[in-house]
Design a protein around this ligand. Structure first.
Ligand SMILES: [Zn+2]
Length: 241
């Protein structure tokens, strides 16, 4: 069978803006595959340039199991809520490595035409942050709060319209409040927070029609993994005491 040696070249932005090649997979055919329009290596490279390590390796592993895996990946620029949550989880792990409660967040920007509701550009990650409350001694040092501030600097605007905030734990009142203030279009979170959750658990800030902005919420994305990071962190901390 003829091989298409370049299909499956996968790269990610390893920080510092440099794109590093992470894996190259030979496949025999990509007919009937939803990735076909991306079947050119350079397009591929572009599409996956903003992946972090975890998401990229997950993708390479998917490629290795060949066509079935390729067909699973939706053709929308290649990224799903789960993929972005995986990036947020990588941030949560970074928090744990700093001795912080493991919560991570990323902000994805996708400009939408107000009239047609059609996408004007491919979604891109414009901010990522982890919880830094202890190291910065900042009561506002929550992951999604810092990520939103970063996103505002990136867009040079306080309005985060057309932004989706991905965060591993349900936002608190403060962070849900900032989402309201920043006019985000959507929040996707992993684990619910029974003690402080303000997007559905204790409060529903996103859906309060008395406020002048409401926004969509998707909950429970990779909830077990997100909660698992927290459980492991607190179990280890208890073990140390
Ligand atoms: Zn918060």
């Amino acid at each position: 069978m003829k091989r298409a040696p370049l299909l499956g070249l996968c790269a990610y932005n390893g920080g510092g803006g440099r794109i590093r090649t992470h894996g190259r997979v030979n496949v025999n055919s990509f007919q009937d595959c939803r990735l076909q329009p991306l079947g050119h290596a350079s397009t591929f490279r572009m599409s996956f340039a903003s992946f972090r390590n975890d998401a990229c390796m997950r993708f390479v592993r998917g490629l290795l199991s060949y066509t079935n895996a390729l067909c699973r990946i939706p053709y929308n620029g290649g990224m799903t809520d789960e993929d972005y949550m995986t990036m947020a989880l990588a941030e949560a792990r970074r928090a744990a490595s700093l001795g912080e409660v493991p919560i991570g967040a990323v902000v994805v920007y996708e400009p939408i035409d107000r009239g047609t509701r059609k996408s004007l550009a491919a979604p891109r990650v414009i901010a990522r942050a982890c919880n830094l409350r202890e190291s910065t001694k900042d009561p506002a040092g929550h992951a999604e709060f810092l990520a939103m501030k970063q996103a505002a600097r990136e867009l040079d605007a306080w309005r985060l319209t057309d932004c989706t905030v991905y965060v591993t734990l349900e936002p608190c009142i403060m962070c849900a409040g900032l989402m309201h203030q920043a006019r985000v279009s959507r929040c996707v979170y992993g684990a619910p927070d029974s003690k402080a959750g303000a997007l559905g658990t204790l409060y529903s800030v996103h859906a309060d029609s008395r406020l002048n902005h409401t926004f969509a919420v998707t909950s429970g994305v990779l909830a077990e993994e997100c909660a698992g990071e927290l459980k492991r962190f607190f179990a280890e901390r208890r073990g140390k005491k």
